[in-house]
Design a protein around this ligand. Structure first.
Ligand code: F6P
Length: 373
């Protein structure tokens, strides 16, 4: 099979220096990946440089050496020691020219700088936005290995992105807490969770947290179905209900709720507000008191849970091993129990959403959890 342009399986690269960057929204486990990659590289006598604030640092030359001492103690730490951004795409980089702010293609500078610094390959830790940029560089000849990061779990070709399971655990904890207050006050409690255009966090948190209704972008909802589910519960003596709504959920025939649009970002649309809309609509229809909690960035912050630490560590090790094997233009991925390498082009060509035959979705439906369709 002809390699896709950007996929470079030369199998003989000699790697002496690796660069590593974290891009896009942060998530728990970023530091665990960095630590594992640096430790694995150091063990093989390979130097590592960290690039500050994702691709911004690649354009501006904001690099720093990463040695064992730099990654000591960072395994449990949330965020990223390298900083990150979901702006600053080098192929469309905001640049001040005199009085004027222009958008310029600065990618050639990045390639030149890597050459000047003696960087043989880049490990890019990111979601679809950052990995799409990394893939553009791969097509221009940069040796790149991708690591799938995002709480949204919406990258193709991998069963799990790291950070997702910690976000689900945080949302599940919130649901446990909402349950007790919902029951005391006989209220409908709505928890709005992140996830962009995919319903993974809502689905998994809803199942883990015993939600009565789960609303996800993949299944447009009808208000009457939700109201009926809530009222059915009341008839059975359950005068409270727990609803998890993904930020990207929308009514049948309606639109997602956009909090604001911000130019210059990898994705200019910032979703948010569906929980409040649903609460207002439901109160009108059911006459039950309804409250909304927007979990927001609590899902992204804090220490990764054990399974994410293990997954992040495996990804960090595997990324260095892929580079040493000369397997570039690839993303490390989890398939079943195994860490494999998949073409980055396939991983970023579309978002992974919840399919109608998803086993967790089916299990939830079998138990009578309402999806609003
Ligand atoms: O992609 C991760 C994510 O947390 C999404 O779930 C959410 O829509 C978005 O990032 C929020 O972005 P920001 O940090 O810019 O508010």
């Amino acid at each position: 099979m002809e390699p896709i342009k950007g996929e470079q399986r030369d199998g003989q690269s000699e790697i002496r220096k690796l660069a590593i960057l974290t891009g896009g929204g942060d998530c728990p486990g970023l530091n665990a990946v960095i630590r594992a990659a640096v430790k694995t590289a150091c063990h093989r006598g390979i130097a590592v440089v960290g690039i500050q604030d994702g691709f911004r640092g690649a354009v501006e030359g904001d690099f720093r050496p990463l040695e064992l001492k730099d990654v000591s103690g960072i395994l449990p730490r949330g965020g990223t020691i390298l900083g990150t951004t979901n702006r600053d795409n080098p192929f469309a980089y905001p640049t001040q020219v005199g009085e004027e702010r222009q958008v310029q293609d600065r990618s050639a500078e990045v390639l030149d700088r890597f050459k000047a610094e003696g960087i043989d390959a880049l490990i890019a830790i990111g979601g679809d936005g950052s990995l799409s940029i990394a893939w553009e560089f791969a097509k221009q000849g940069l040796k790149v290995v991708g690591v799938p990061k995002t709480i949204d779990n919406d990258l193709m070709c991998t069963d799990l992105t790291f950070g997702f399971q910690t976000a689900v655990a945080t949302a599940q904890d919130a649901l446990d807490r909402l349950h007790t207050t919902a029951e005391s006050h006989h209220r409908i409690m709505i928890l709005e969770v992140m996830g962009r255009y995919a319903g993974w966090i809502a689905l998994y948190a809803g199942v883990a947290g015993g939600a009565d209704v789960i609303l996800i972008p993949e299944i447009p909802y009808q208000l009457e179905s939700i109201a009926e589910a809530v009222q059915r519960r009341a008839r059975l003596g359950k005068h409270f209900s727990i609803i998890v709504v993904a930020e990207g959920a929308k009514p049948l025939g309606g639109d997602m709720v956009v909090e604001r649009t911000m130019s210059g970002r990898t994705d200019p649309i910032k979703l948010g507000g569906i929980g409040a809309k649903l609460a207002a609509d439901l109160e009108t229809v059911t006459d039950m008191e309804t409250r909304v909690t927007v979990l927001g960035h609590l899902q992204r912050g804090g220490s990764p849970i054990a399974v994410d630490r293990v997954l992040s560590t495996r990804y960090g090790v595997a990324a260095v091993e892929a580079a040493l094997a000369g397997d570039f233009g690839m993303m490390v991925a989890l398939q079943g129990q195994d860490i494999v390498r998949v073409p980055m082009a396939e991983a970023v060509h579309k978002l992974k959403q919840v399919e109608p035959d998803d086993p967790v979705l089916n299990a939830a439906r079998s138990m009578g959890i309402e999806f609003g369709d």
